[in-house]
Design a protein around this ligand. Sequence first.
Ligand code: BES
Ligand code: ZN
Ligand code: ZN
Length: 497
Amino acid sequence: MKFHFQTTFQPTADSSIIVPVLQENGKAKAATIVQLASISGQNADQLHELFQAKPGEFFPLLSPQGTYLLLGLGAEPSFWKVFKACQKIAAKQAALFAAQTGICWLCDNKHTEAVRLTEAMINGFLLGAYHQGRFKTKQPNTHALLKPESSCTICISELQLEAAKQAVNKAEVICQAQVEIMTLVNAPANHKHPHDIAKWAAESAKKYGFRAEVWDKERITKEGMHGLLAVNQGSAEPPAFIILEYQGQATNGHLPKIGLVGKGVTFDTGGLSIKPSGNMHYMKSDMGGAAAVLGTMEVAARMKLPIHLVGVVPSTDNSVDANAVKPSDVISSYSGKTIEIIDTDAEGRLILADGLSYMVRQHQPQVLIDLATLTGSSVRALGYEAAALFSNDDQLAHHLEMAGQKTGERVWRLPLWEEYGDQMKSDVADIKNFSGLPIAGAISAAKFLEFFTDEHPSWAHLDIAGVAFGDVPYSGGKAATGYGIRLLIEFMEGLKV
Ligand code: BES
Ligand code: ZN
Ligand code: ZN
């Protein structure tokens, strides 16, 4: 999509113009309605009756002077609400969009939030236009917003023009990565092996100028990544261990070093502790953490963020055959610590244990964050509205919470009290991989991970099982959300340098 910028509104008959409208005293702002009425030749009073500008309210106004898509912002619009509304509109009202489109701020073109909300709108529209037709023999019609000739004209005040250009660029970069990781997460298991994840990572690194190294099974064995190898034991596909590194330009001689670790289970059958079949197909999304890490690496490199970012993705599927790891097996790990396997479905923590100790020992990041679709327990606790956050660093937790509030990719903190760790004590090994208790599963999983962080002082674990894959407007069933990139980029942009 090509973007153009204007400071005064010039309507064109064949375009669809999105007009964001604020609320004032519980009604659509009068000045905007009057302006709209005069542009479109409609009656202002009637328009005021028909459209209240409630958050997310949508009203298509078709006139010989063009199509105006009125978007209600409410009185205090948030990035997230606007993003969600736009995503839904683009997905459900595709027919209203022309290849020539625009976002026109009319009399609110100086609004302090106009730039950020423009970014939310573009992100929402472009994600809403996404579809999952990859494997259909008859391809669905291309959404007007995604046609090669499509363009979008942003109409905003002179004052905000430069900021708007930057915001539009950021929206595009983030959105492209979100779409790519959604395609990865949505890919079925037979089209997504560890090798494919590694290939994606290597291509992204080559394209955007960061470093990628992929360890094959031989190297993984040599390095002693026994957690990853144990999960891979029942699989027909070899594992991969992906290491990515981007180093930006320091500002004031300082370059914060951040380590991201993502769970890359390409399909989770549960192993011998096999899952019930009803929802097993959703387990193609068990690499949502890996996808978030890969997408964030790409965006950080493209935005040239002033950080040093290391991304690590251990990847395998969790399958069943005669060689599969068994409950009662005791395995070693990259850290040297031994693990008693109680439940082979608690596999994510085994591969993350290796990823985390590798990251801490070989890269020593100042901040360590892992993302994983780790437990059903976190979904039972928080549903689809927030990731479960665990951290031993209050300041880091606070910064992630703020980034979540700002982007709508919310997180909610749960405790890491010592007592929860007692559940993970093993009689035969250093730790066991499942407490055996039907309580506090997300927390005991986090305690297991903590055991492999070498007491890193600034670590956060995000259990994204409920937010990486869910109800989305572009799909009838559950599908990838693209969660994580916006949250992490917002967090890293806010780092003090
Ligand atoms: N991949 C699952 C967690 C999951 C559940 C992700 C639902 C997305 C949606 C994970 O590997 C798993 O199976 N966890 C078990 C752990 C248990 C055996 C200790 C769980 O949560 O039931
Ligand atoms: Zn599992
Ligand atoms: Zn899993």
